[in-house]
Design a protein around this ligand. Structure first.
Ligand code: TEU
Ligand code: CA
Length: 560
């Protein structure tokens, strides 16, 4: 495999609104991020992805962009952004911004001009259609945030398509003029010194055209948009063009937020000549999901998680590197979602960390994950900010769940779980702000915060630092970065074990998700010299290939 600069890097996602507030308005901002760059450098990460900070009405927390080349005053100024780029570079940190180009905001000038002249130049930047002769909307497609994906264009008799919120009109990628605007903007940012982009919801830029109805899948007469997009053909034309016009000339790192692609497309998306450097592996998050809605989702078990990881590793092994996560700003906290109740201790959190972190691919850490931050327990829907949570609560109630059952269902999966303010210390508002935070701080911040964990050897934070250090050890690179993942002991329920094969030196990662000790036998170890590199446990013993693990213990072994 041709080596790339980003192969051996560790990435970190910052959700600026909830990371660090520098001016007491309760909203995280760019100067706040700059003030924490030394914390991130000390953690050992290399790539920072910041969620959107562009001008936006925040209908979808900034994923609705009203000006791609201006910073929203709530987050700071362009001077702050330039300073962040400079200060990150000075620390050897690579900076990615979020590229949200499937749609813009309805407050973007392009959309305003489209409303003024639907049949003019800017009307063609969007998908505009009249109602059908029978008075129905152009199609029966359901938005990802619920309800019809069409809304009236101002006071005209035109309707515009929006895959997400109605304040997020989809951009018409079939229009080469629009594409040129996007590439020009991307290169403007890359020329400013960005090292790449995380590419938002990009699978949606190619619609199955011409627009038509598909069989309804719920009583609302609408159909699931993900299934509709599955029918689209030819997205490669746009993505190859984007790569060749922007990422390639800058040798950028690009990571696609791509759902629902077919296995046969993986090489196109993230292979050696792929559209992107990498795409996120969402399979673990998707495995419990239901088309009916969050209320119908199944909580994953460790055995499901393990099998899902190994399936993805197998898919990618001859193609490229997935970006591996246990959470992000759209998902619940990984330790609350993947760990059974008995395992939600610091030991269990470190176990989960080791298991995903040592997989082949680029590990992404989401802000607060390194502390083992947990889901927040909503007391009522009044506390909820997230548009998709509010919609899923409605869907649950419509399906007949009680208020209590619906609240519990959305609490498990709400995007607000990972948007509560970062817990810096046990002081007021967890040190996130001196004002009133835009979203409630998780009340467990006195127990879970960075200041406590920075000075405690056995903390989750310390363990992540150990993992990062180990993964970046030069002598282990062949195994830890490029090594093939080879699952072993697969028949042992709730034991996740895999080799990472190097050149003569292999790593063996084993995790015991059981609540009791485990004894496992691995024939190969009889012939190997085994050295313990890292564990979250007190003891570790192996004798003639027999390994004994404590409950929730993870071990990383060097085998020569
Ligand atoms: O998420 C995309 C998203 O919501 C996916 O779950 C969607 O279902 C997928 O595109 C299906 O193919 C991104 C952002 O991460 C999220 O925060 C935004 O709300 C969303 O796009 C709209 O920008
Ligand atoms: Ca602020």
């Amino acid at each position: 495999m041709e080596k790339k600069w980003w192969h051996n890097k560790i990435a970190y996602q910052i959700y600026p609104k909830s990371f660090c507030d520098s001016n007491g308005d309760g909203i995280g901002d760019l100067p706040g991020i700059i003030s924490k760059l030394d914390y991130l450098k000390d953690l050992g990460v290399d790539i920072l992805w910041i969620s959107p900070v562009y001008v936006s009405p925040l209908a979808d927390q900034g994923y609705d962009i009203a000006d791609y080349q201006q910073i929203d005053p709530r987050f700071g100024t362009m001077e702050d952004m330039d300073r962040l780029i400079k200060e990150a570079k000075a620390r050897g940190l690579h900076l990615l911004m979020d590229l949200v180009v499937n749609h813009c905001s309805d407050e973007h000038i392009w959309f305003k001009k489209a409303c003024e002249d639907p049949e003019g130049k800017y009307g063609a930047y969007f998908y505009l259609k009249k109602k059908s002769p029978d008075g129905s909307l152009p199609t029966n497609w359901r938005s990802y945030f619920g309800g019809p994906a069409w809304d009236r264009l101002g006071d005209t008799d035109w309707y515009y398509f929006h895959a997400f919120h109605k304040k997020q009109p989809d951009l018409n990628w079939e229009n080469p003029e629009l594409r040129e605007e996007i590439y020009k903007m991307m290169n403007w940012w890359l020329d400013k010194g960005l090292d790449g982009f995380r590419v938002d919801a990009i699978i949606n830029i190619k619609k199955p055209l011409p627009f038509r109805n598909y069989p309804a899948d719920r009583a609302d007469g609408l159909c699931d948009l993900g299934s509709v997009m599955d029918r689209a053909q030819g997205i490669g034309e746009f993505l190859r063009e984007m790569r060749d016009r922007t990422f390639a000339p800058h040798d950028s790192f690009s990571v696609g937020e791509v759902f629902n692609i077919k296995d046969s497309q993986l090489n196109d998306f993230m292979g050696p000549d792929g559209y992107f450097s990498s795409i996120f592996d969402f399979s673990q998050m998707e495995m419990g999901k239901s088309i009916k809605g969050w209320y119908d989702c199944k909580e994953p078990r460790p055995e499901d998680y393990k099998n899902c990881c190994f399936k993805s590793q197998k898919k990618a092994e001859r193609i490229g590197f997935f970006s591996n996560i246990i959470e992000n700003h759209d998902e619940p906290r990984g330790v609350s979602y993947y760990l059974p109740e008995y395992a939600r201790s610091e030991k269990g959190k470190k176990l989960l960390a080791a298991m995903y972190f040592m997989l082949r691919g680029i590990p992404f850490i989401y802000q607060g994950q390194e502390l083992g931050m947990e889901n927040i327990a909503f007391e009522s829907m009044k506390e909820v900010d997230d548009v998709s949570t509010i919609e899923e609560y409605r869907v649950a109630r419509e399906a007949g769940l009680s208020e209590e059952e619906s609240l519990r269902a959305v609490n498990l999966l709400s995007r607000d779980n990972t948007r509560t303010p970062f817990q810096w210390n046990d002081g007021p508002e967890a040190g996130f702000t001196t004002g009133k935070p835009w979203l409630r701080v998780n009340p467990n911040y006195r127990r879970i915060n960075a200041a406590d964990q920075e000075q405690r050897g056995g903390s989750v934070l310390s363990f992540y630092k150990e993992l990062i250090r180990l993964r970046k050890e030069e002598r282990l690179e062949e195994a830890a970065v490029y090594g093939k993942t080879e699952p072993v002991l697969t028949e042992e329920r709730d034991i996740m074990a895999y080799f990472r094969r190097g050149q003569g030196c292999d790593l063996l990662v084993i995790g015991n998700f059981r609540s009791e000790p485990a004894k496992v036998a691995l024939e190969e170890l009889k012939k190997r010299q085994v050295k313990l590199l890292l564990t979250n446990g007190e003891t570790f013993s192996h004798e003639g290939g027999q390994i004994t693990l404590e409950p929730l213990q993870a071990v990383i072994l060097e085998c020569v």
